[in-house]
Write a new protein. Structure first.
Length: 191
């Protein structure tokens, strides 16, 4: 799972996201480091759930944080900084997909029986990650954009350059599959 520490550290741990962002916009590196500590795990998890492999998620998380630093003055605190960074991460992943034509969103799902990090192999989080990995890539991407990064159906359609109805269908279909996979119905049908 996430490779970034989430343990509160230092006197800035109690500061609000907006106060930290204002300080970071003024050049306070410690304030930005605290925002990174808060946002990096969420951005990385969002990228993994969208289909990025661990090394790519690491790289895109770094890119996300650089974009966030450059745009820190535009952060208004309407959502948690981690959520704001997750939206940036989602856009970074979409740009990566567009640049790399070899990524095929129409491919069949990957068999996700073995997790990347055996130490994290527990609970519903692992079940959700495995279930997401078993979706078609386009379904995984759409449902992750909608429910992981907070994109609207309209935004998904615009970002992926697909019709609105298609975006809605992918999200709906993915959610139905996830419910089946998470409830174990899929496994019972195979037996």
């Amino acid at each position: 799972m996430a490779r970034y520490a989430t343990i509160p550290s230092g006197p800035l741990a109690a500061a609000s996201d907006i106060k930290l962002a204002q300080a970071a916009a003024g050049g306070d590196r410690a304030a930005f480091a605290e925002l990174v500590r808060r946002a990096a795990p969420h951005a990385w998890s969002t990228l993994r759930r969208m289909g990025a492999q661990p090394a790519l998620a690491d790289d895109l998380t770094q890119d996300t944080l650089l974009v966030a630093l450059r745009a820190i003055a535009s952060y208004r605190g309407e959502a948690a900084f981690a959520s704001w960074a997750a939206r940036i991460a989602a856009r970074e992943y979409l740009q990566h997909i567009r640049k790399n034509a070899r990524v095929m969103l129409t491919a069949e799902p990957v068999d996700a029986d073995t997790p990347d990090d055996p130490a994290a192999a527990h609970g519903a989080r692992l079940d959700l990650d495995n279930a997401l990995a078993r979706l078609k890539p386009i379904e995984q991407l759409c449902v992750s954009l909608c429910h992981g990064a907070g994109f609207t159906h309209d935004e998904i359609a615009a970002e992926l350059d697909i019709p609105l109805g298609t975006a809605k269908s992918h999200v709906t279909r993915a959610l139905k599959k996830l419910r089946r996979l998470m409830s174990g119905e899929e496994e019972e049908q195979r037996a």
